[in-house]
Design a protein. Structure first.
Length: 91
């Protein structure tokens, strides 16, 4: 199985919705970006180009943003007597 197929398959079966959220976010973002760029410029080509570049970069950033937050939530749920007591708390 290719790495991409394995990646998509694993994200669907583990209950991790970050990939699906990323795709729906991308579609929403592309639509909004195109609409705003087209209304500002009145040019279909320029509106399309802007809608392809900015949301594409932002979508990749969003995916990693979601991964960081998911890791943070998992770490916050670490049971007592494990990792949290091994590290001193620094205020």
């Amino acid at each position: 199985m290719s790495a991409l197929k394995l990646f998509v398959h694993n994200h669907g079966t583990n209950g991790d919705q970050s990939l699906i959220k990323t795709v729906t976010f991308a579609l929403t973002h592309f639509t909004v970006a195109f609409t705003v760029a087209y209304l500002l410029t009145g040019d279909l080509l320029i509106g399309s180009l802007i809608a392809m570049v900015e949301p594409a970069i932002n979508t990749v950033a969003y995916f990693f943003h979601e991964k960081i937050w998911a890791r943070r939530q998992r770490n916050a749920r670490v049971p007592e007597g494990t990792l949290s007591e091994a590290r001193p708390h620094i205020c």
